[in-house]
Design a protein around this ligand. Sequence first.
Ligand code: ADP
Length: 348
Amino acid sequence: MSRILVLLQNSENLRLLSAMLSRSHELVALNSPDTAFDLAIVDAPSLKAHAEFLAARKREEDPVLLPVLLVTTRQNIGLYVQPLSSIVDEVVLTPVEKLELSARLEMLLRARRLSLELRLRKDDLEAFIHAMTHDLRAPLRTVAGFADAMAEDQLSHLDAAGKHQLERIQAAVRDMWDLIESLVEFARIGRRAVKLRSVSLDEVVRMCLDQMRGQIESRKAEVRIVEALGRADADPALLKIAICNLVSNGIKYVEKDVTPHLEISARQSGKITCLLFHDNGIGLKPEDQQRIFTPFVRLHGVEDYPGVGLGLSATRKIVEIMGGQVGVNSTPGQGSTFWVQLQAGEKS
Ligand code: ADP
């Protein structure tokens, strides 16, 4: 049962509304500054009188929505509601049909419930990340420690099969460590507020290439920025992760005896900037081009190409929370072009 705080100065409206609500909701009175409620219904004079209290309660609950519904006449909106409009989530103009009022109330209460549910999920995710970062890493560190100690002290006592088994243990520990790191990073994306601003794509791409210099050199890859890439509205730290993933894949999924060539370019059309990553790799069948953006979908074994299958799903998550889209055009054996569409950024 939802708790509704009704703050109406018009006593007739208060009586009618209370009679209507008390059938399916709990009505609460404003006794103290920490009175708990799920929705406040106010009229214009009460909004003015309780503005500070309502604003403080909404701030306390943020990012969970604590809805405030204003029931008012058209004249009162112009009179003194405007400066307080940031507190109000929904306005109902009187006179209003009972059916309409109750539909709007239910919608606000549903939004409140969904927002509370999201907070709970977020709390679960925090607990999961905590377990991954601490509880799972600790025993793995122990296994790694003992395996390394064995490799150092006991290696001469082991026969070829024993040495091979020890190497397998060490490799499995490394894989599991990478998997935990990738999962934690994946879960972290979007946890903090995403702040979009106009960023230079050339700068972000250059930072990625600097960070990946080791990988690029060890594969003797040629990575070329074809022309000035322009600007996009993005969160630079998140965009960098997405671009690094695409560059890393562009030089990784190439036949072993072929020098990887990756071309990075951009096209602007209207308010959209499209960043393109064109590789000379193994390419993708049409039926795989969508599903590779799903977590843990890998088309090859780790023996052929190392990885855990989270890079592209992280990229998609990042691009989508920045309001963009990501996809690929590809022909097997003839390379792929991964594209990222974002809002074009203003020139600084
Ligand atoms: P990972 O690289 O760790 O396997 P990703 O999510 O980045 O994970 O990629 C998922 C799968 O998509 C890869 O395993 C690979 O099969 C395929 N893939 C990704 N990028 C490319 C590419 N540039 N060319 C061909 N296949 C690719």
